[in-house]
Design a protein around this ligand. Structure first.
Ligand code: SF4
Ligand code: SF4
Length: 433
């Protein structure tokens, strides 16, 4: 375990010190921004009911304990300022924690998503979501990404603290909540997800009938849009995070028609981020093929049909043949393409489409094939729709393909039926990211 330096000697620290010590975390010393503190020990040895510790000036403390971690022990409202002071001393973010969040009483409630996802979504004001439950919990950006990530970590740490201490939480009732000892230290931000609307100019060359971004895509054609927001964030991620521990999803419209396409793809090649870039494959792009060939991106294409007519009805454009030809071309770079089928009763739940779809999936060696549902459609599935899902799975298994079902996208009650199909057929059940 690293040497723990407690930073801050205010009333909050005094009040909580016995709790932190009782939890088994003992600092090697204290430090404080006020280097003129006359007390050389904290708490003052007079009348103190807990052990007291030496207060060292910060440069001396970190020189004396090079394997240090710094735990801020000051009042919560001062977290940001105290952390700024530490950064100004050249201490890296990875070494800075708040004492309340570092201590993990166990067992406790925990969630593997908490503190891991940073979802960036906006149209007028930049907004962030901080867990994977779709659109569930958000805060508004201050306009400064560094400050926002710090705020994000604080929100998550506070949530973790509430979960660990049995306090009421907005996570109560969420199916992702677990009880036990969390398998790893958190919050640990490893996923950035860029959604449509961060900057003007996000666009798409299709009009899928289920597209939840449509309104944003239609209202967001500002040719003078300021792209700084996007590239500020991307360059901050590049500067601050280890690419080997990151996963970036770029889901802001269709990348091949984005005005920022070349800049984004060039940066991606340079940083060698891992992640996913959504494309509908209407246009082939050599940079994307290169990233795919280098296994830097996951490739997940939703075609939802196996005939030209159905594709045009669902996607709003007659380009099925082009998409199939491009998929074949991409599969030469890498046969790790995931092909998705969003089941749309009355439109694509027929043998012709299933057969055409599985023919393409086989030709490109799709792995896996995702079966999903339009999660904007909350109506429960009819008996026919359940049968159609069952038939899709049977045909897929017959062709020897690896089928994964995004069961959490299915309507609430129907999910149990879909899960039983997953179990019966020994399939994987995934969560769409
Ligand atoms: S428990 Fe649910 S709401 Fe809470 S962080 Fe996890 S996924 Fe989000
Ligand atoms: S390809 Fe994606 S972004 Fe474009 S319309 Fe379809 S769902 Fe929306």
């Amino acid at each position: 375990m690293s040497s723990i330096i407690f930073y801050g000697t205010d009333q909050y620290t005094k009040k909580n010190l016995s709790y932190w010590l009782k939890s088994g975390y003992k600092p090697v010393c204290f430090s404080d921004s006020n280097e003129r503190i006359s007390d050389v020990r904290f708490p003052s040895t007079k009348n103190s009911i807990v052990e007291s510790f030496e207060i060292l000036p910060l440069p001396k403390a970190i020189a004396q304990y090079p394997d240090y971690e710094i735990w801020i022990t000051g009042e919560r409202s001062n977290w940001y300022n105290m952390r700024e002071q530490l950064l100004a001393y050249g201490i890296s973010l990875e070494r800075i924690y708040h004492a309340d969040c570092r201590i993990e009483p166990s067992p406790a409630r925990w969630c593997q998503n908490l503190g891991q996802y940073f979802v960036i979504d906006a149209i007028e004001k930049r907004k962030y979501y901080y867990c994977c439950e779709k659109n569930k919990q958000l805060f508004i950006s201050s306009g400064n990404i560094e400050k926002d990530i710090f705020e994000y970590n604080n929100i998550c740490r506070k949530k973790i603290y509430d979960l660990q201490n049995g306090n009421p939480s907005s996570c109560d009732g969420c199916p992702s909540l677990r009880f036990g000892i969390s398998p790893e230290e958190y919050p640990k931000l490893t996923r950035f997800n860029f959604s449509t609307g961060l900057i003007g100019g996000d666009t798409c060359n299709l009009k899928c009938i289920y597209c939840s971004y449509r309104q944003k895509l239609d209202s967001n054609h500002d040719e003078n849009a300021n792209e700084d927001n996007l590239f500020d964030i991307l360059s901050y991620i590049d500067k601050m995070y280890n690419p080997a521990q990151l996963y970036i999803s770029y889901n802001a419209g269709e990348i091949t028609v984005s005005p920022y396409r070349d800049r984004i793809l060039k940066l991606w090649k340079k940083t060698r981020w891992r992640g996913q870039i959504l494309t509908n494959c209407v246009i082939y792009n050599q940079d994307i093929a290169d990233l795919l060939g280098d296994e830097l991106i996951d490739f997940n294409v939703s075609i939802d049909s196996g005939t030209r007519e159905t594709y045009a009805k669902i996607k709003g454009a007659d380009c099925y043949d082009k998409v199939v030809a491009n998929l074949l071309k991409y599969s030469k770079a890498n046969r790790r393409i995931a092909l998705k089928y969003i089941l749309l009763p009355g439109l694509n739940d027929n043998e012709n489409d299933y057969n055409g779809f599985f023919r393409i999936a086989t030709d490109i060696g799709a792995n896996p094939v995702f079966l999903s549902w339009n999660y904007g459609d909350k109506a429960e599935m009819s008996a026919n729709a359940v049968e159609a899902a069952d038939r899709f799975i049977s045909l897929g298994l017959y062709t020897g393909l690896n089928i994964t079902v995004f069961s959490s996208n299915f309507p609430k009650t129907s999910r149990a039926i879909i899960d039983s199909l997953v179990t019966k057929n020994k399939l994987h059940s995934g969560v769409e990211k």
